[in-house]
Write a protein that binds this ligand. Structure first.
Ligand SMILES: [Zn+2]
Length: 95
């Protein structure tokens, strides 16, 4: 069964954004899924709505290509976030 992943920062609200954090506290993660309130916290350098990323195939492909153009983008950190998101949402066994 699918769960709604909770924000990795406050651990309370539903995660709605993918966020790149520059905070030392989250430096080992870099990328986190967070709620709207935490996405607006000062240490988030870059964020976007998960619903936009997953809106459709074009959107997902465009976002991944767009992120890859950024010189600070770390694919390892980004996909590590997906590993945690898969566990948090129980998104195993895709089509
Ligand atoms: Zn939060």
């Amino acid at each position: 069964m699918e769960h709604k992943p909770k924000c990795e920062m406050c651990k309370k609200s539903e995660a709605k954004y993918f966020a790149h954090s520059v905070s030392v506290e989250y430096s080992s993660l870099e990328w986190l899924f967070v709620c709207g309130r935490c996405a607006n916290a000062g240490h988030i350098k870059y964020d976007f709505e998960m619903s936009r990323f997953f809106a459709n195939k074009h959107s997902t492909i465009d976002w991944m290509a767009h992120l890859n153009e950024k010189n600070w983008f770390s694919p390892r950190a980004f996909f590590n976030m997906f590993k945690r998101l898969r566990a948090a949402g129980n998104y195993y066994g895709g089509a």
